[in-house]
Design a protein around this ligand. Structure first.
Ligand code: SF4
Length: 354
């Protein structure tokens, strides 16, 4: 396990190895007070402006993920608040995919016929500054699924015979305690037409200690189950992250990666190449590269589509087929995947968000 660096010591004091390796310690010691960050991490930002940013979009980071910031500006960019989050343009929206329009039951998105997505909670280990659901943070709610809401969802999915795949998202589903996650997966498994379960989580990236033996036993029990995660930069592929992925894979659960194309994080061929090579080395399939959506509070992360296409063209030409993600533009109106060949004049696939 990565040992705490000097920034960590400055904030949390001396941390024992046992605590550092415990996801409960990591989770309960997340930093939410941005003023406790050493000044050098804020770089040139003005303290008052940053206080205004976190009022809208609260700050939250695990000690582990913060420890990766020391030598990687692209990691810092994903978790340290910036004044640009307050930029407001007509083209930006708090909910660019209009998810709330497709909720037959509050918290259940049913946009595509064969699958639906459950927002299990609004709780994350880290508040990723580019998150397309950062509108939920402003509500400052930590609400998880209530028994009653869960029953409504299970009843709905039970009635919709066309749903063969259910995706758990959030927030982060792995922020739930093991028992609750097990019960939810079990309830979904009891619906005969639900064939596939999928979990979308950033835990292997931002708090790999969450991947425990007991969690892996639960995941194994509810197969066929896929785990999708989001590594955006090779600096996130640490020995801890690799070990977490290895444990999940060893339990028979495949892992796919859904990166987001982010300005000053991974918007170059060399960074993207190192990312997909690194993922391949730890057995994680590079699955999607998402064009960053026009999310209010994250407009400064957007990369021009032509640049994204240029990066992908280099990946297609120079990298092994096994480490090539599909370049994806989420569509509010998309009801099915529209595949374009790599040499299409069109910029990318226009397809589903899950
Ligand atoms: S873990 Fe996922 S849902 Fe949570 S803040 Fe990060 S990107 Fe958003």
């Amino acid at each position: 396990m990565t040992l705490p660096n000097d920034v960590i010591e400055e904030i949390w004091g001396t941390v024992s190895q046992k605590d550092w390796e415990s996801w409960h310690w990591q989770f309960s010691h997340r930093l939410s007070d941005v003023t406790r960050l050493p000044r050098r991490i804020w770089q040139n930002e003005d303290a008052e402006t940053i206080a205004g940013v976190v009022k809208h979009y609260p700050f939250l980071v695990t000690p582990y993920y913060l420890s990766l910031c020391g030598n990687a500006a692209p990691v810092m960019a994903q978790c340290i608040p910036r004044k640009e989050e307050l930029d407001n343009h007509d083209s930006l929206s708090p909910d660019p995919l209009q998810e709330e329009r497709f909720m037959p039951v509050a918290g259940l998105i049913h946009r595509y016929d064969d699958r639906c997505l459950i927002l299990t909670n609004h709780i994350c280990a880290v508040h990723c500054r580019h998150c397309n659901r950062k509108r939920f943070w402003a509500r400052q709610t930590t609400a998880s699924l209530t028994e009653n809401r869960l029953k409504q969802m299970i009843d709905y999915i039970g009635r919709q015979k066309g749903i063969r795949e259910v995706i758990l998202s959030g927030g982060d589903p792995l922020a739930m305690p093991d028992g609750k996650l097990d019960a939810l997966l079990g309830a979904l498994r009891s619906i005969s037409h639900v064939e596939i379960l999928r979990i979308g989580t950033r835990m292997p990236v931002v708090m790999p200690m969450r991947i425990t033996k007991s969690l892996c036993r639960i995941l194994k029990r509810h197969r066929p189950l896929w785990l999708n995660t989001q590594f955006n930069h090779h600096a996130e592929i640490t020995a801890d992250a690799a070990k977490a992925c290895e444990m999940v894979l060893a339990s028979g659960v495949p892992i796919s990666n859904q990166s987001v194309l982010l300005k000053k994080v991974n918007d170059s061929f060399t960074v993207m190449r190192d990312l997909v090579y690194g993922l391949q080395r730890i057995g994680v399939r590079p699955y999607y590269l998402f064009q960053c959506e026009p999310v209010l509070g994250a407009g400064h992360f957007q990369v021009d589509i032509q640049q994204g296409k240029h990066i992908m063209e280099e990946i297609w030409r120079k990298c092994s087929g096994l480490c090539q993600p599909a370049y994806i533009l989420d569509s509010v109106h998309g009801k099915e995947k529209i595949p374009f060949p790599h040499n299409s004049p069109l910029p990318c696939y226009e397809t589903s968000c899950y």
